[in-house]
Ligand binder design. Sequence first.
Ligand SMILES: Cc1cc2nc3c(=O)[nH]c(=O)nc-3n(C[C@H](O)[C@H](O)[C@H](O)COP(=O)(O)OP(=O)(O)OC[C@H]3O[C@@H](n4cnc5c(N)ncnc54)[C@H](O)[C@@H]3O)c2cc1C
Length: 505
Amino acid sequence: MLRTKEQYHEDLFKMKTNVFIGGERVGRDDHRLRPGINVLDVTFDLARESKWKGLITATSSITGEEINRWSHLPQNPYDLLQKQKMIRCVARRVGGCIQRCMGHDAISALAICTKEIDEAKGTDYHKRFMTYLRDYQMKDGDGCCAQTDSKGDRTKRPSEQPNPDAYVHVVEERKEGIVVSGVKMSITQVAYADEIFVLPTRALMEDDRDFAVAFALPADWDGIKLITRPVWLREKDDPGAAPFYKYGVSDSVVVFDNVFVPKERVFMCREWEFGRRLALLFADSHRHSYSGCKPGMSDVLCGAAMLAAEANNIQKISHIREKLSSYAGAAELAYAAGVASAVYGEKTSSGVFFPNKIYANVGRRLTGELIYHEYNLLTEIAGGIAVTLPFEEDFHAESTKKYLDKFIVRNPKLSPEISLKIWKFVENVGASPMSSWYEIAGVHGGGSPIMETIALNLDYDFDEKKRLGRYLSGIDETFDDTKALGLEPTFGTSLASDDRQELKK
Ligand SMILES: Cc1cc2nc3c(=O)[nH]c(=O)nc-3n(C[C@H](O)[C@H](O)[C@H](O)COP(=O)(O)OP(=O)(O)OC[C@H]3O[C@@H](n4cnc5c(N)ncnc54)[C@H](O)[C@@H]3O)c2cc1C
């Protein structure tokens, strides 16, 4: 089934009121949540449009039916390429974060890790998860991922924290399920999601076994509170507004206060040895998703910078062309890293196809390093008007309009109306609450920069480079490079023939 956005709203507005904003308990129809809901609406709308079939939709590996790609488990490199392309396409339409990739990355991580836990421990998590996922796909569910724990003192492991609720943990095991408590933070989209996927956030030691827990629950389940911070560009939802102003986002602190999780929704319980594996499966898949959304974000910034250059009538000046080329470099190198990550990915024992970790991490690291630079380029090209522009009402008020109409025109080929539209857009892309959100998400989303360094130090074959040095400098006579990164692409081997044909087109 592919839900319509109206069906999504109907399901959402029926949910219990466990969302809190600014000290008030609010319904999910609160106007401050609407800009985020508008983003999700696009993902439901596009899945039903025939021209997006096969990109926004996929064939379920469980039922063989057409489903929304956000709930699909990637089966081959083509699926990963399609996911990446879908994220970039939709991010461009909403002018930024598409918010659904976390849920997609969580289901991939859970499908893979539950299988591996079962193989090592003889448990039956995988079957349980796949049964859950079948229903989720059939209902066209939307899930967010709650991985980041509030973490308390950063230097202490979960079991060493004075406040045990700093990390979500198992309080009690019963025959029919488990009881969990703790606090997750910075959880995007949860205030308008159907489901929450909860995963551990870090590697765990044996003492931390209570903190090794993964499960899924409806976002309004008893005992869950969502303390939510919406970010949006306009006080009122205005359907007539230009596209960029319709969209926004919300992040929440998610409180689990002695919450009962039925057994059929528990996918890890105290298998502490798999804490790191599950955390990294999510993080690496999410870093691959960034190779879709960050290029989309660079496209938005590049578009704003080009309009600012035109409005300033400096679009042909050489230093502007040089600055604009930086956006091309940022967007397409990140995108290329995602393509390489898909092509050199691996088939896991669960059947899920997983992106290559090295390419996913170098791509994500590049975008994190460049994010402030990209905003800086826009600032340099636009000048100071992004933060000093009078309010829009002044451009329409009788007493000020005649001055401001002349003031706003810098390029004589542009009318006052178009010039104002450009500068409002530049202001909102470059100097609004959403800009700050994107800058900080660009650095920390998917894990702080140090996490990419750690991932690369774990997986990158540095010794192989040293052996190369020894060979080239004459210390060693031979050099075995048969296992060097990239010599064995999975592309040709694991791609289904139909998909290969599709890819050739
Ligand atoms: C806009 C936005 C949206 C997000 N959405 C989601 C979401 O949907 N779901 C989700 O699960 N998470 C989400 N996150 C959370 C994101 O994954 C975290 O911000 C990220 O993992 C960093 O964690 P933190 O914010 O707690 O920072 P911290 O971990 O506190 O990091 C701050 C600094 O402390 C350092 N540090 C931390 N611990 C140690 C240590 N032990 N030793 C040495 N140095 C240390 C870090 O390297 C970093 O420099 C989101 C974040 C943002 C900004």
